[in-house]
Design a protein around this ligand. Structure first.
Ligand SMILES: [Zn+2]
Ligand SMILES: [Zn+2]
Length: 256
């Protein structure tokens, strides 16, 4: 059983209702932040989430709408009274280059982001890696056609509950195989149609992945303003008969 809270259902484009990408995931083994956009830092507090005890952060790739909150979050935990007595480590996972990226943020000024009341551990993971993202929570990765380091993530709890988070990606057949049979397929769907780049999905491509992967449910996020005024779930139903949910900021879902 996992519980998901959508912190940001949007993109890098400023939008009145959609913050850029971040999700809070509560699992049997602890809590995870799936991407850390700039608004994530305060959205966690707005949603009354236990950010003080956050266990791990997953960074899908290094575009700023996914990673722009990482340095501010570490700056916050470094100075917040609430984290002063915290001792358990915070683990940050992402693709190759994550350590260099965090060092670059850190060295931009005298921030000392990694000097915290608690240990911060940064772990770079490869495509097709299998690892424990939280003690006892299995994670697998897939390289996606978006950036050189971008990774999709599959999580499987001991009881079998599973979730795939594609984050930003272009279309590839590999996505459906990677996401086969999951309880929740969290997929990007940047554009309704006529996508301007190959490195994102439009609805028809996202629904092709859904048809082939046969997940229990689909959650579509990373929605550009082109989606404003369109009934996403109704459009999705025309292409795949299963349950498709349009992400909105503050949406809460139980998985499994
Ligand atoms: Zn993005
Ligand atoms: Zn991106």
């Amino acid at each position: 059983m996992m519980k998901l809270v959508v912190l940001g259902s949007g993109t890098a484009v400023p939008h009145p209702q959609r913050a850029s990408t971040a999700h809070w995931l509560e699992t049997e083994r602890g809590s995870l932040l799936l991407d850390a956009s700039a608004p994530a830092v305060h959205r966690m507090a707005q949603e009354n989430l236990d950010w003080v005890n956050l266990d791990a952060i997953w960074i899908s790739h290094f575009h700023l709408d996914h990673v722009g909150g990482l340095a501010p979050l570490l700056f916050g935990t470094k100075h917040a009274p609430q984290t002063r007595s915290r001792r358990k480590p915070l683990n940050i996972f992402g693709g190759r280059g994550l350590k260099q990226l965090i060092s670059a943020f850190d060295e931009a000024n005298d921030y000392n982001l990694l000097k915290q009341p608690f240990p911060v551990e940064i772990q770079e993971v490869a495509p097709r890696a299998e690892f424990e993202i939280l003690s006892g929570l299995k994670a697998e990765t897939l390289s996606t056609p978006h950036t050189s380091e971008s990774l999709a993530l599959r999580l499987t709890e001991e009881g079998g509950t599973s979730l795939v988070y594609t984050s930003d990606t272009g279309y590839t057949d590999a996505l459906a195989k990677f996401a086969a049979g999951v309880d929740l397929l969290m997929m990007e769907c940047s554009f309704p149609r006529n996508k301007p780049v190959e490195t994102h999905l439009e609805l028809e491509h996202a629904m092709r992945v859904a048809r082939d992967a046969e997940p229990r449910r689909v959650l579509l996020g990373h929605l550009y303003p082109e989606w404003d005024g369109i009934d996403l779930a109704r459009e999705a139903k025309k292409l795949w008969p299963g349950e498709t949910i349009a992400a909105t900021d503050g949406l809460r879902l139980s998985v499994g």
